[in-house]
Ligand binder design. Structure first.
Ligand SMILES: Nc1ncnc2c1ncn2[C@@H]1O[C@H](COP(=O)(O)OP(=O)(O)O)[C@@H](O)[C@H]1O
Ligand SMILES: [Mg+2]
Length: 240
């Protein structure tokens, strides 16, 4: 399927129309951003590893009964997806405290939470993606009650499936962010991406950070670490 017109260019990906208006091409760029776009850099080869990483994870989730927008990988950096009406919301699950929650609640980095913690954030870079709750979503009309329930249920399910998948490869899934959209106005589908750009992965034995925190904290070897995670999970990442 050919890429026709670019319709969205986000911080790390671009979406293109295709000859069939049910589908979009998602192009993973090398652009990397953190702190709501304040820190930016192009990391050579990140688009390719993320595209194929994402396909592997979404295909695994599909096989475990989670509906996703992923259709097929088209080339190293592009995948075909179902076009969805996106909720302007990010769904986060934390198994351990790290990142923004530590600043917000004064918590120690890495604290193991008593139970997985679900949080909603509003997707708005200008506002710094603020924490919101169900009441905000309903009052502002960002999603309906049944959508909220379903997004939470699916995010917890994704956490169970992926925590196991990563742990089997010696990695702790500390936290992650996912986005959902509606297909045909009613069916909730996992959209966007699942890559080390949107989750935290720590080596079980050494505690080494293998995700975008390497970029945020200037630790180096960002793309190399993404490849190491991909190798551990048995992905066969193709380069250009
Ligand atoms: N299946 C889909 N249909 C329509 N839009 C999507 C789909 N999957 C992801 N998106 C949107 O495409 C954009 C992806 O680009 P990205 O660089 O991640 O953007 P952002 O800077 O907003 O995070 C996001 O706005 C995301 O919500
Ligand atoms: Mg994004």
């Amino acid at each position: 399927m050919e890429k026709l017109k670019e319709i969205t260019s986000g911080k790390a990906k671009s979406l293109y129309t295709t000859s069939d208006d049910r589908y979009l091409v998602m192009n993973f760029r090398d652009d990397t951003s953190a702190f709501d776009g304040k820190k930016k850099e192009a990391l050579l080869g990140k688009g390719a590893v993320n595209n194929q990483f994402n396909a592997f994870i979404l295909e695994h989730l599909d096989s475990e009964g989670v509906n996703t927008h992923h259709i097929e990988v088209l080339n190293t950096t592009d995948s075909l997806v179902h076009k969805l009406q996106m909720f302007p919301i990010e769904c986060v699950i934390r198994n351990r405290a790290s990142g923004s929650i530590c600043r917000r609640l004064g918590t120690e980095d890495g604290l193991i939470l008593e139970s997985p913690l679900f949080e909603f954030f509003l997707k708005d870079d200008d506002l710094g993606d603020p924490l919101i709750n169900d009441e905000h979503i309903l009052s502002f009309g960002w999603a309906k009650e049944e959508h909220i329930t379903e997004m939470k249920k699916l995010t917890y399910k994704i956490n169970e499936i992926l925590s196991k998948l990563f742990l089997d490869s010696g990695l702790i899934l500390v936290d992650f962010k996912v986005e959902f959209g509606l297909l045909g106005g009613e069916k909730i589908i996992l959209a966007d991406e699942f890559t080390p750009d949107g989750c935290r992965l720590w080596d079980v034995k050494t505690g080494k950070k293998m995700d975008k925190d390497r970029f945020r904290e200037g630790l180096g070897d960002v793309v190399e670490s993404y490849h190491q995670v991909a190798d551990r999970l048995g992905m066969n990442i193709k380069l250009d």
